[in-house]
Write a protein that binds this ligand. Structure first.
Ligand code: MTE
Length: 312
């Protein structure tokens, strides 16, 4: 189990902002990690998951956080390299400041947000989430960030807005992978507006209380824990509210393999491999993959009338 205390390694701006959050945390919205933790662990005396203590080192299912070293050195970020072990080195000089995100489309108050604005305007919270890659590996990541809904509330989507479209920086000089003509750059992802507004959906700005590293999508990335990792788009520069379902980079590249929804689902297999099990980074063997990555209680109502085999 991880023993690093976030407070020992947290940059001051995030730490202070988190303290602010923690001190008002009687309302406790640390998300799924905490909501189900109370019920699960009420019959266990040796694991106490204190919602006021962010350094417990396990998620609400009792799974240990993946080590910082693994999270920082085993990455998918095709703009740098398709080799997971090379991404960190390739990304080390990536310029993440100054950074701005344009938020627009079908909104009443379009705006350009500087990174500093996002960090001060929205309290940064710790959210411990499982990340399940479509390739069949997974991690448990203690993110720092804030619910995307806070930002959406600021810009006020209009009545016609039904989806949210996200875009990564396009800069083939800094992001050499964007010279690879196989994919349609920049990386694009999308969510339905109700998915984007769900409390579990966050914009992440840190990991283990530290500022996000370039290889993890600095300075700001999406995290949607019940979906395959590829939905969690990195290094975002544009967010648009739109009325049509966005076409993501992966849907464009292989529409029969990657759908719009991409919910983690052991009953719907990738055409080329099974999704029954996964390898948790740092563990031996494989473990069963959980429906909606273990967040079914929180999110299955979003899909109640849908055929998930068809809407994969
Ligand atoms: N975002 C961009 N812009 N480019 C990418 O290649 N890879 C995705 C996702 N976000 C990717 C991306 C995939 S496939 C996964 S599994 C996660 O990022 C991996 O996140 P991590 O490297 O922080 O673990």
């Amino acid at each position: 189990m991880q023993t690093i205390r976030s407070s020992e390694i947290t940059p001051e701006h995030i730490y202070l902002s988190r303290r602010k959050f923690m001190s008002s945390a009687s309302k406790v919205v640390l998300g799924a990690a905490v909501m189900t933790a109370c019920s699960r662990q009420s019959d266990s005396t040796d694991v106490s998951l204190d919602v006021h203590n962010t350094s417990v080192g396990v998620d609400e299912l009792g799974d240990s956080w993946t080590s910082y070293e693994s999270i920082a050195n085993y990455n998918n970020f095709y703009e740098f390299s398709v080799n997971k072990e090379r991404v960190a080195t390739m990304a080390q000089d990536f310029k993440t400041s100054p950074w701005e995100i344009d938020v627009g489309g079908l909104v009443k108050n379009p705006g350009r947000y500087r990174m500093e604005d996002l960090l001060t305007k929205f309290d940064q919270e710790e959210r411990v989430y499982r990340l399940r890659c479509v390739e069949g590996w997974s991690m448990v990541v203690p993110w720092m960030g804030f619910p995307l809904k806070r930002l959406l509330d600021e810009v006020e989507p209009t009545m016609n807005a039904r989806y949210v479209r996200f875009e990564t920086l396009y800069d083939p000089v800094q992001l050499p992978g964007q010279n690879d003509g196989w994919y349609s750059w920049p990386y694009v992802e999308g969510l339905r507006l109700d998915e984007a507004s769900h409390d579990l959906t966050i914009l992440a700005t840190g990991i283990y209380g530290r500022t996000l590293l370039p290889q993890n999508g600095a300075p700001v990335r999406l995290v949607v824990p019940w979906k395959y990792g590829f939905k969690s788009i990195k290094s975002i520069v544009r967010i648009d509210l739109v009325d049509q379902q966005p076409v993501s980079l992966w849907m464009r590249a292989a529409p029969n393999e990657y759908g719009f929804y991409a919910n983690v689902n052991p009953n719907v297999h990738h055409p080329r491999w099974s999704q029954d099990t996964e390898r948790r980074i740092g563990e031996m063997g494989r473990r069963d993959t959980l429906l909606f990555n273990g967040y079914a209680e929180q999110v299955d109502s979003l899909y109640s009338n849908m055929d998930l085999q068809y809407n994969f």
